[in-house]
Design a protein around this ligand. Structure first.
Ligand code: ADP
Ligand code: MG
Length: 683
């Protein structure tokens, strides 16, 4: 028997393995099974080039669990190892710079394992002793047993072994007894080994006999050696893709489309990606893509490997060229990863464009479900945005779909404003904004629906991408003014009338929490509505965005500010102006003339003190100015009181305001009740 020390430059590698690799203990099985697969694949390759002339036979890899002795054994019929090979591949594990590297990556188990080719040594994370029983495929090879109990010391001895290949026996230590369990091993095999290219058997298949579950003599093969993504697209039908999807995500809805990736130059990448139906909660959609390396499962968190928006896709990626055993930040700067990432982006947009071109109808039908994904991509990936501009759709209130190119042509004649900007009108709620949509349509405008999760960001984005274009929500102004053109009506009201109407209408606007109204006048047509409520586009967008987050919570705190727009040319508004004149006109004239003289006196007093220092102004003048100011205030109050009384007594004012609120879906509760009562009285 030979004894020796494992060649590590650090004092002892095992404490490090045990200490730092704790979070990922379970990967030991993946590492050992994939070594067995590698050894089998190597032998197959040697056979195919004629270097191995024996029978390959059944190469199934067997996992056995001995619950009594607390061992797990992984047995393959691959190339096996000679004593020299053990010396070279197992004993000499430490490479130069080990200390430095361990220091850098001590929190990242995968990194250490991958970097050192220490996959095998991960077995010591769960074992107090590991044995290798192996016999090389080479003719006349001597079988050997290597044994190590977790110290740097190992033993190597010659043994009798009939068959070629390797058995690794793990003596599970006390801290890891959870792995001495049939269900746990099954779980790990299902997670990591489900699609490995060599049959993996764990125990025997069972069947029900006489009301009991009994073992058959058939081995229980846990994997699918030719998973869908490794097969030729030409040999596959739509149903195969669907079946594979159900296999991967038994709980998910049927996917919309799939993409079969198959690249072998300048990097290797295969896989199948699916477009899921994306619900509004995009977080739960993420991390559904499974990443494989030569059919060995690695992770389902692909951030850093594919662009953010692609993490919404589902499916499988398999590439030996993604350096899986390094940290995420390293991944992002790796040039292969960058190439792979932009390749996938391109494939995804090509596929979408292809479906769009080949079957526009199907594409439109699925648009509402695809939209969130495509918008996310457009917002976050410049390259994808460029491509998607060709097939991204806009949907209008009639449920029709247009490309940007098509839509532009449709709205150009009628929706170009006086500064030559194209105005895209949109609504966020067809019911709430119904009267505005109708008004816009009556003017021959088209209105888009923008009611999605990302739409408020998206339209900002589009304004930057589309030349000379603006998005305007249909209720942000009266239809007449949504798209400013040169035609203009004159306002029939005088300044005094406007002032009085402002006070009268302000007095009757119902109190609403977190809402602020300003009365403004517009010279609209006689047939347009008398009173309307609009919300300023800019503020509203800021508030919408603050709901989505992104450092705009400041806007979220502000009250909603609305305009109460009075159509100065409408007969009803003019009638109220006349009513004011008739009922309180005389009194108002008196107050106004009183105010005019007070104000001119104030101007005189202010002019007199303008260039003087405080102490140079005579006391009498100061007192008079205070007095004049006070009197002006009194007149103002008087006027306001008068107008408020008028407003209360005039049912038409409240009725017009309520009608405007009603068409914005803003009349609720008590106010709605009052409106109904008043309407009946008025009838
Ligand atoms: P890697 O697989 O990355 O090379 P490992 O630590 O997993 O690193 O394995 C080290 C080496 O030990 C392998 O490259 C291989 O030469 C040898 N080896 C491990 N397991 C087996 C096995 N089951 N059969 C034959 N050789 C093996
Ligand atoms: Mg390995």
């Amino acid at each position: 028997m030979q004894k020796g020390n494992i060649g590590v430059s650090t004092e002892n590698i095992f404490p490090i393995i045990k200490k730092y690799l704790y979070s990922d203990h379970e990967i030991f099985l993946r590492e050992l099974v994939s070594n067995a697969v590698d050894a089998t694949q190597k032998l197959k390759t040697l056979a195919s080039v004629g270097e191995f002339k024996g029978e390959l036979g059944d190469v199934t890899i067997h996992i056995t669990l001995d619950e009594q002795n607390k061992t797990i054994t992984i047995t393959d019929r691959g190339v096996g190892m000679t004593a020299e090979e053990i010396e070279k591949f197992i004993n000499q594990i430490a490479l130069s710079g080990a200390n430095e590297f361990l220091d850098k990556y001590k929190k990242d188990a995968n990194a250490i394992i991958g970097h050192f080719g220490m996959g095998f040594y991960s077995s010591f994370m769960v074992s107090k002793k590991v044995e290798i029983l192996t016999k090389s495929f080479r003719e006349g090879a001597q079988a050997v047993k290597w044994s190590c109990d977790g110290s740097p010391e190992y033993t190597l001895e010659e043994i009798e072994k009939e068959d070629r290949g390797t058995s690794i026996i793990l003596y599970i230590d006390d801290d890891n007894q959870q792995f001495v369990s049939k269900t746990e091993i099954s779980r790990l095999l299902k997670k990591y080994c489900r699609f490995l290219p060599v049959p993996i058997a764990f125990g025997k298949e069972t069947e029900w006999k006489d009301g009991k579950e009994v073992e058959t003599d058939k081995f229980n093969v846990i994997n699918e050696v030719n998973p869908l993504w490794t097969r030729k697209p030409a040999d596959l039908k739509e149903d195969d893709y669907k079946a594979f999807y159900r296999d991967l995500y038994p709980m998910a809805d049927e996917p919309l489309f799939n993409i079969h990736l198959n690249v072998d130059y300048p990097f290797n990448l295969t896989g199948v990606l699916y477009f899921p139906k994306i619900k509004n909660n995009i977080e739960i959609q993420k991390n559904k893509i499974q990443l494989y390396c030569n059919q060995v499962y690695v992770t389902d968190s692909v951030e850093g490997i594919v662009p953010e928006f692609l993490t919404l896709l589902h499916g499988v990626l398999d590439s030996p060229d993604i350096p899986l055993n390094v940290s995420r930040s390293y991944l992002q700067s790796d040039s292969n990863v960058k190439k792979i990432s932009s390749h996938i982006t391109k494939k995804v947009s090509d596929r979408l464009e292809e479906i769009f071109k080949a079957d526009r109808k199907a594409f439109e039908e699925k648009w509402d479900d695809l939209k969130l994904f495509i918008q996310y991509g457009m917002l976050t990936e410049e390259k994808f945005n460029e491509r998607a501009m060709k097939f991204a759709l806009l949907k209008n209130t009639d449920g029709k779909y247009f490309t940007f190119e098509e839509y532009k042509e449709i709205i150009k004649p009628n929706q170009t404003d006086k500064s030559d900007n194209l105005v895209y009108l949109y609504c966020t709620n067809k019911d709430d904004q119904f009267s505005f949509i109708e008004a816009a349509k009556n003017k021959g405008y088209d209105v888009l629906i923008m009611d999605g999760h990302f739409d408020s960001h998206y339209l900002n984005h589009l304004e930057q991408k589309l030349e000379k274009s603006r998005f305007v929500r249909v209720d942000s102004d009266v239809a007449e003014k949504l798209i400013p053109k040169d035609e203009k009506h004159d306002l029939k009201l005088t300044d005094n009338q406007k002032e009085d109407l402002t006070t009268v209408f302000s007095a009757e606007i119902p109190q609403m929490a977190k809402s602020h109204f300003s009365v403004v006048f517009e010279a609209l047509g006689e047939n347009d509505s008398p009173v309307m409520i609009t919300q300023q586009e800019f503020m509203r967008r800021m508030k919408d965005m603050s709901v989505l987050g992104g450092g705009m919570s400041f806007y979220g705190e502000l009250p909603d500010s609305y305009n109460l727009v009075l159509n100065g040319n409408h007969a009803l508004v003019n009638r109220i102006a006349t009513d004011i004149e008739e009922s309180v006109g005389e009194k108002l004239t008196k107050i106004r003339s009183r105010m005019t003289s007070l104000e001119s006196r104030r101007s005189e007093l202010e002019a007199a003190k303008k260039d003087k220092k405080e102490e140079e102004i005579p006391q009498a003048e100061k007192e008079e100015l205070d007095d004049v100011n006070k009197k002006i205030g009194e007149q103002k109050d008087k006027k306001e009181k008068l107008l408020k009384e008028f407003a209360h007594s005039n049912k038409l004012v409240s009725q017009l305001i309520d009608l405007a609120l009603l068409s914005n879906n803003m009349l609720k509760g008590e106010a709605l009740n009052k409106f109904v009562k008043r309407s009946i009285e008025l009838i």
